[in-house]
Design a protein around this ligand. Structure first.
Ligand SMILES: [Zn+2]
Length: 199
């Protein structure tokens, strides 16, 4: 690279973002340099603040700036249902449709036998602890994606929970195989919740 070090480094940083190749990173870096000082300051400040001020809810694992998160500390929500998702983006997708009023549990990953990711490598133990400690819960809805890993995770959870007498359901197959909850449209998502099936 023949760029001065500061811009070369900036390009390198942008290129680390998902979906950003070196060409786009270069374009973004040059764009940033052309921005007003004030805008660049805000940008840098927001990056740092997001990293510094956000944490994971100690109860559900959702991304939050207050612990417990706003959902876990909301008494008006249905405390008898937990919806299990892969990551925080899925929580946002569900909240957007405003039809689900229970609690969540964020796994931060999926069990992946192919990649050597086991139950202990994701935020699963805490779900089991919650179920033991919070006796109000009578249904766990598994909303992992319908990929092989999503299915492996769903099967594992239902195998562990069912003997404990907890009703375990799975979102209906309104979602296409391999589709992402994060990108599902609201009608599809709503139908998937309404038509969930017991495992
Ligand atoms: Zn929470």
């Amino acid at each position: 690279m023949l760029y001065p070090t500061p811009i070369a480094k900036l390009i390198e940083s942008f290129a680390k973002l998902p979906g950003i190749g070196i060409k786009t990173a270069t374009r973004l870096a040059f764009y940033t340099i052309g921005m007003k000082d004030e805008e660049v300051n805000d940008f840098a400040k927001n990056l740092l603040a997001a990293k510094r001020e956000l944490t994971y809810c100690s109860i559900c694992g959702n991304l939050t700036d207050v612990d417990p998160c706003n959902i876990c500390s909301d008494d008006s929500r249905d405390q008898s249902i937990i919806l299990v998702v892969e990551d925080s983006k899925d929580v946002s997708a569900m909240e957007k449709i405003q039809e689900y009023h229970g609690l969540y549990h964020v796994l931060h990953g999926l069990i992946s036998p192919m990649n050597g990711v086991g139950p202990d490598d994701i935020n699963l133990k805490k779900l089991l602890t919650r179920l033991q400690e919070e006796s109000d819960i009578n249904e766990v809805i598994i909303a992992t994606n319908t990929t092989a890993d999503g299915e492996a995770t769903s099967m594992y959870i239902s195998r562990v929970l069912k003997p404990a007498g907890i009703k375990v359901t799975r979102l209906a197959r309104g979602l296409a195989v391999g589709s992402d909850i994060e990108y599902a449209d609201e009608v599809t998502l709503l139908r998937a919740i309404e038509n969930r099936t017991e495992l």
